[in-house]
Design a protein around this ligand. Sequence first.
Ligand code: GCW
Length: 684
Amino acid sequence: HADDGYRLWLRYDPVADAARRAAYAGTISEIVIPESAPPVVASARDELVTGFRGLLGVEVPVVAQATRDNAVILATPRDPWIAAIISEADLREAGVEGYILRRIAHEGGHRTLIVANRPQGLLYGAFALLRHLQLGQPLEKLNLVSAPKIQRRLLNHWDDMNRHVERGYAGFSLWEWFYLPEIRSPRYRDYARALASLGLNGTVITNVNANAQILTAPYLAKVAALAQEFRPWGVRIYLTARFSAPIEIGGLKTADPLDPAVAAWWQDKVAEIYRAIPDFGGFLVKANSEGQPGPQDYKRTHADGANLLADALQPYNGIVMWRAFVYSPENNEDRVKQAVTEFGPLDGKFRQNVIVQIKNGPLDFMPREPFSPLFCAMPNTRLAAELQITQEYLGQSIDLAFLAPMWREVLDADTYANGKGTTIASVVDGSAKLQHPSVIAGVANTGTDRNWTGHLLAQANWYAFGRLAWDHQLASEKIADEWTRLTFGHDETVVSTINKMLLGSRETVVNYSMPLGLTHIMAEGHHYGPGPWVDLKGAGRPDWTSVYYHKAAADGIGFDRTATGSNALAQYAPEWQKLWGNLETCPENLLLWFHRVPWDHKMKSGRPLWDELCLRYQQGVDEVRALRRDWDSLKDRLDAERFTHVAQRLARQEKEAIHWRDACLLYFQQFSKRPLPAGVEPAA
Ligand code: GCW
């Protein structure tokens, strides 16, 4: 039957292995939950019923008291018998949102327990149990405790009020503003359920570039309706707050953060929001960035601006996520240094409920860039990581790029902020600094496309972000393997082939678009495809040109960010300065980010830089061809609809990779004046 991918990783198809299906069915007899379960636990119950029905083909009854052997029991420490079975230590480890899954012997038979301190944990435990079954794992010895390391695990939607999605490649925004609040798409529930299945517990539903309309009364009523749909899945709503809202919708003459009338306006507005949405999470703000209004319009600082909103939210435990994506063309400083210059001096000046939200890299979600030095420049400030799930610079919804390996690079990067081992993950989860709340955000890749993400395989990125937000230590291989099995089943040929395709795909995109540390050489505006020639005439401002970043000329290519250049390197720990600052020790995948290098510079391979660069582009093309071959080899093992969907995209990706290679090499060749080395195909 047709398979459009709508069900994501929650397919619950019958367990294919009949023996295993029978074994599962024999160990699951009934679901026990208290009669007066809160909505989140009711969701857990419904999910289990649906999941068991699909996976096992049986209707598992729901009861209030265990009546037979092999019951699946949802319980909290309020159930008095729990103390005898689950240790204090395990309950502590499960924390506020985690869960314990355990199969125990009981009165000559068995029980499967889902235990959590709070309802939310029961929901996550239910999803975990179903995932366990979908992954074909045995139930007999089930015994695990899991808890999220980061408290607020959020999607950030760049959805405009007119339903256009900025950098969205999967249709339109899911939020039907014109129909709300009365008319509610069933998709809202499906969306929240998908988030909950990954352990994501919040969502910023509006674009950081959106207008202030969302904060008006009619729209807040619509937001409240969405909040009601999301609440049974433990998903809280957050909104973007446009800094000039007091003027635009409040009728004030100023939005100056130190003006008492402005503060009063925000207090009233926040009170109004909490009346409509009692569990509202807080605000995400883009201020004085790319033309957005902000406190600097009044000669105030980012801290003044953030604290204004933080004070209004504080009585309700709301938070402010203040973005650090700031840079300006008026400023002659290397763009990648500007966030530290601007935010560094404000360290310690933010309220306790402000989190400064930092993109993983100092430039802008490039296929590869070093981690943002701001993660080590603000020891006394809560810092959140913003990752981009939507593939703005990685081929959008046409090219395959599985991003878990990229996010691993970021999370594992050692800032040395508190000495060796201060990884970005430990800064973000609060453990390095014991500062909370902790936040991780992923810019969503969802839209109205039937399969949610445009490219079917891009569902894996949504999945990977959610899994890493829960446990930032998960290996990319494990995440890929889970996702592939949940999405395509357990045919080992299918699984190993798709895993291999996923795991290498991001590096492939790097190779054919921006290898060896090149960045920002994509086409102008839409950011799809090559544009190394984009200069001031095209872009209008230097920090949006390509030539600013690659600096190709007769003598070489690359951006000198060492002491002889912009010295962006000085913003990193001495260990990094030493490694990256030296042309000989700098990893080649960041070479042209940190160094300006002559065309004949000898690379590790022994080849001159020019030849190496050409071969990387060629390698990217070759790897896309290999992806196509791999996928084609699965033709008889996959349903026609999903097979064709991906095959068509891979065919297009090959063309795009060739376009990148030819465009970049022809452009750079004007400066290098060298021939293509053997093994590189002439331009198509
Ligand atoms: O990556 C750039 C995008 C903009 C985006 C901006 C930001 C939401 O090209 O579309 O605006 O960053 O993150 O604010």
